[in-house]
Design a protein around this ligand. Structure first.
Ligand code: PGA
Length: 241
């Protein structure tokens, strides 16, 4: 399977800079071996999708509601993301688990609504620094997978250790390999519909470490935050894949 390199712009990007970044990535892409996805803030999805039309670069959302329509002020449904050009949606990112108090059960409902709308969900899991210090990382990730993935899950899983996000810290190659093997085994055991799902690594992926991380067994691509906001850095990571 081709690796997937997904850029998560988080809450960054007004109209002009988003358009310039999307154009820069489109023009610099060349013949990429990787599949490429950009997840801008919701306000920029339609414009970015228009800029990337025909380029092969996909566009995604960063979260969605559990329902389709209704009295949920400020919310965005999977169907609405799809309507403006998204094909993917990131769900269960640790920033939303922490800032919005998203539970595993809520995330599972969102994943189901994404699948129903025809979006590919990218479900994030990962332990905190404290949990790793206590040696609980596999237990934590197993619990997140069990709770956040509906029984019929198909899509992408992203392993993002919370302590590696935006910090410049990266787990050792051995630690990434061990966790990706563990996630693969859990999917095979408990979610056979997702037995072959891509498992992305995320957390301080940069041009300088991408090639090494992306070459590890069971690493099916990357979920890139900070480095996806600089066209040259994101393109370098795509080339590393
Ligand atoms: P980072 O973010 O690359 O800035 O560490 C990754 C993410 O949160 O998806």
């Amino acid at each position: 399977m081709r690796p997937l390199i997904a850029g998560n712009w988080k809450m960054n990007g007004l109209t002009e800079e988003s358009a310039a970044l999307a154009r820069g990535i489109r023009h610099g892409l060349g013949d990429a071996a990787a599949e490429v996805l950009i997840c801008p803030p919701a306000t920029q999805i339609a414009a970015v999708a228009a800029i990337l039309a025909g380029s092969g670069i996909a566009v995604g959302g960063q979260h969605c509601h559990t329902g389709k329509f209704g009295p949920h002020t400020g919310e965005i449904s999977a169907l609405m993301l799809r309507d403006v050009g998204a094909t993917h949606v990131i769900l269960g990112h640790s920033e939303r688990r922490a800032d919005q108090g998203e539970s595993n059960a809520l995330i599972a409902c969102k994943v189901s609504s994404a699948l129903e709308a025809g979006l590919v969900p990218i479900v994030c899991v990962g332990e905190t620094a404290e949990e790793r210090d206590l040696g609980q990382q596999q237990q934590v990730v197993a619990h997140q997978l069990e709770g956040s993935l509906p029984q019929d899950f198909v899509g992408v899983v992203a392993y993002e250790p919370v302590w590696a996000i935006g910090t410049g810290k990266v787990p050792t190659a051995a630690d990434i390999t061990a966790m990706h093997a563990f996630i693969r085994a859990e999917l095979k055991r408990a979610r056979p519909t997702a037995a072959d799902a891509r498992i992305l690594y995320g957390g301080s992926m940069k041009p300088g470490n991408a090639a090494e991380i992306l070459a590890l067994p069971e690493v099916g691509g990357g979920l890139v935050g900070g480095a996806s906001l600089v066209a040259e850095d994101f393109l370098a990571i795509i080339r590393a894949a």
